[in-house]
Design a binder for this molecule. Sequence first.
Ligand code: AMP
Length: 142
Amino acid sequence: MSVNQILARKGREVVTLHPDATLDEVARVLAKKKIGAIVLLEESGEVAGIVSERDVVRVIGTAGVSALSHRVREEMTMNVKTCTGSMGIDEAMQLMTDGRFRHLPVCENGKLIGIISIGDVVKRRIEDVEREAAEMREYIAS
Ligand code: AMP
């Protein structure tokens, strides 16, 4: 089971902003799109960073609501871990577990082609386990 198979079902749309956007814009987009993270792209299309709801809470919790005027460039995570479409979902889940983050942008040849969350991966794993159990029951009964 690969990351590409998850993208085939959920789609390849990625919500992005420019790193000069403010945290206020980040919070609005997260709320409007009902998502947990936004990828920040430079004009060139290069991934500059990632910001999640956790970063917004951290900034407000430490600097107060006035920090919502900060540029996301100042608060984003710059060392973004990514995966490829051909990566297996177990490996992708391991990357997220080891790095303690829940979002993994998918890149091919330096271009952003999708994003998966730990929720997407867990949903897919549960479906697989349920299907395997049903097949096993059918095999035993036949
Ligand atoms: P999350 O669990 O995705 O809400 O993110 C927790 C923290 O990890 C936040 O500081 C994010 O900026 C950061 N983060 C999220 N996704 C990634 C990623 N793929 N690579 C590196 N850092 C990330």
